[in-house]
Design a protein around this ligand. Structure first.
Ligand SMILES: *Cc1c(COP(=O)(O)O)cnc(C)c1O
Length: 405
């Protein structure tokens, strides 16, 4: 058998670009988790306090979810066998969609393979090249890709700036195309919350479609984790609510909630729905169990917010820029430690890891140039002791590197 030939000349430009990353200090190796996604776990053989995961409520390892997954595997096997529109819609897929729709108090719901495909598939399905998208500058990559795929014209507004969004809407109000106003509910890099009431006002004023991506708010904000629509009480004013099943819900998937017709339309025109196989039944079963837990075990969300308040306060007292200075101010369990320079950020993240704290180093293009950061996320399953230990390491390493006094 022929052995691998390495990189042939056709692809050598990729090697050049990787070398550039290495020179800039932003090249990374994947960290590999040896055991469960837990508050304290082992990456690359090293025991760390995990401040990098989106497993906000600890549901990725919750006994009821494990049990639901195993039961579904025993009853229905491990795969769905086809895309939803051919033969891959199982009863359990329908059950999950009905469950989420009831939870969100909307007419209907469609589940996609991921939050990414939910955003990209929805925006690209409902708009065409004669239409306009008014989008927050810090919206998630999956929204941006959906906008590009739709071929609609994209007008970006300054982060959370309702007046600027209105200016953008006003600038195209006499154009014939449809208008979509779109924002993240919680912004993933900064942890701040989108200004939903103001955006709903202007969407209504200009007759625009209103869409919110609640990936980081599902299970985190609102009653029992119903998200930012519930947090702000703007029920009935958001046409399209996207959420993920991959973060606080603990498994995998994305969903879109809205009117029955919106969902039926996406069944017919959402390309990831039509052309990519549906979830294994165990994933659907896991998610159903997760929504039961959200309703029956509010203690996880309480613990999450308790930890969030404690950690944010202590981190701020250490003298770090944790947002709010030339950057948005976090209001959620996501707390960035803003460093600025990409190389220093990656070195800081590595040094933290060596001393037993896992926090993700994020540099350009994930965040704007000059705003590199280590992002921390606390979860419900961290103990106060875990967090205190992590803070000690963050303090010691920051002082040694001259990031704090
Ligand atoms: C993580 C994330 C997504 C993607 O969700 P997945 O289920 O991981 O594909 C979409 N939007 C935002 C804002 C996110 O943070």
């Amino acid at each position: 058998m022929a052995s691998s030939t390495g990189t042939r000349p056709q692809l050598s430009y990729l090697t050049d670009q990787l070398n550039e990353l290495k020179q800039k200090g932003t090249y990374f190796k994947l960290r590999v988790l040896d055991d469960e996604q837990a508050a304290v776990c082992h990456f690359d053989g090293k025991k760390v306090i995990n401040l990098a995961s989106n497993n906000y409520l600890g549901l990725a390892t919750h006994p009821k979810l494990r049990e639901a997954a195993l039961k579904a595997i025993k009853e229905y096997g491990v795969g769905s066998g086809a895309v939803r529109t051919i033969a891959g819609t199982m009863k359990i897929h329908m059950e999950l969609e009905e469950k989420i729709a009831r939870f969100k108090n909307v007419e209907a719901c469609v589940v996609f393979q991921s939050g990414f495909t939910a955003n990209a598939g929805t925006v690209s399905a409902i708009l065409g090249k004669e239409d306009f998208i008014i989008s927050d500058e810090l919206n998630h990559a999956s929204i941006i890709d959906g906008c590009r795929l739709s071929r609609a014209k994209i007008l970006v507004f300054h982060h959370k700036d309702v007046a600027h969004a209105e200016e953008q809407l006003a600038s195209v109000k006499d154009q014939p195309g449809r208008k979509l106003l779109i924002t993240d509910g919680v912004f993933s890099m900064d942890g701040d919350i989108g200004p939903l009431p103001g955006l709903c006002d202007i969407a209504e004023k200009y007759g625009a479609i209103m869409m919110v991506d609640d990936a980081h708010s599902s299970g985190v904000l609102g009653r029992n984790g119903r998200g930012t629509i519930d947090h702000f009480g703007v029920h009935g004013r958001v046409d399209i609510q996207v959420g993920t099943l991959s973060k606080a819900i603990g498994a995998l998937g994305g969903y879109v909630c809205g009117s029955r017709d919106l969902i039926e339309f996406l069944y017919h025109r959402g390309r990831p729905f039509l052309f990519s196989t549906s979830h294994p039944p165990s994933v659907a079963a896991t998610c159903i169990a997760a929504f039961d837990v959200l309703e029956q075990e509010p203690q996880w969300m309480e613990q999450l917010w308790d930890n969030t308040k404690f950690f944010k306060k202590e981190l701020g007292l250490l003298g770090y820029n944790i947002g709010g200075v030339n950057t948005p101010a976090s209001e959620t369990p996501i707390t960035p430690i803003i460093i600025g320079d990409g190389r220093t950020t990656m070195d800081f993240s590595k040094a933290l890891f060596e001393e037993g704290v896992m926090g993700t180093g994020l540099a350009f293009p994930t965040v704007p140039e000059g705003k590199a950061r280590v992002r921390t996320i606390v979860t419900a399953t961290h103990t106060k002791d875990d967090l205190t230990q992590a803070l000690e390491v963050i303090k010691r390493v920051g002082k040694r590197m001259g990031i704090i006094q």
